[in-house]
Design a protein around this ligand. Structure first.
Ligand code: ADP
Length: 191
């Protein structure tokens, strides 16, 4: 298996690059944000609980997202690898993910961290809010709360994987294709 974490703050381009990477490398895309929005669309109890927090720009509880990822991994026993997008976002999520993969005799091969300045992130998110239909992209205070959660709880995930030499920083500004080429080069080096 080849398992990749695409990492970076909200607005760093994880979703856009994920779509291109799964097409090129045949990985299964697991986005906790997408999974949560699908729970909301289906009006499940989990979705209702998550929506209140997401609308405020806060993280949903670890147990909720870990449960979703556990189920998704179990549901794809033949996957040649996973691309994790928006997960893990805390140390507890990182430890849980390592354990889930370990049970399959697998592990994370690389964490690619997209590097984008804060001004550029806010600009991109507000711009995405004009068309995405995502309510968490339209209010600047919610965007700032998400960036705050990222700095307080999520940024350290890159340090966690750096301890085993798996974290690689990639420039997240430039054209979509330039960034895709940088990400692909790092994957090719390790696949
Ligand atoms: P973005 O990275 O642009 O904020 P996502 O779609 O990845 O967008 O996440 C949207 C929201 O979903 C987050 O602000 C958070 O509330 C929730 N969420 C997504 N993934 C996780 C996670 N792994 N842990 C906790 N909350 C999450």
């Amino acid at each position: 298996m080849f398992n990749l974490i695409l990492f970076g703050p909200p607005g760093s381009g994880k979703g856009t690059q994920s779509e291109k990477l799964i097409a090129k490398y045949g990985l299964k895309h697991l986005s906790t944000g997408d999974l949560l929005r699908s729970e909301i669309a289906n009006q499940t109890a989990l979705g209702l609980e998550a929506k209140t927090l997401m609308d405020k720009g806060q993280l949903v509880p670890d147990a909720v997202v870990i449960g979703m990822i556990d189920a998704a991994i179990t549901n794809h026993p033949k996957a040649r690898g996973f691309l994790f997008d928006g997960f893990p976002r805390t140390k507890a999520q990182s430890e849980a993910l390592d354990e889930l993969l370990n049970k399959k005799g697998a592990s994370i091969n690389v964490l690619l961290a997209l590097n984008v300045t804060e001004d550029e992130l806010i600009k991109r998110l507000l711009n995405r809010g004009l068309t995405s239909g995502r309510s968490d992209d339209t209010k600047e205070d919610v965007i700032r709360a998400r960036l705050g959660e990222y700095h307080n709880k999520t940024a350290s995930v890159a340090d966690y994987y750096n301890k085993s030499g798996k974290t690689v920083l990639v420039k997240g500004e430039g054209s979509v294709d330039e960034i895709f080429d940088s990400l692909s080069a790092e994957i090719d080096r390790r696949m």
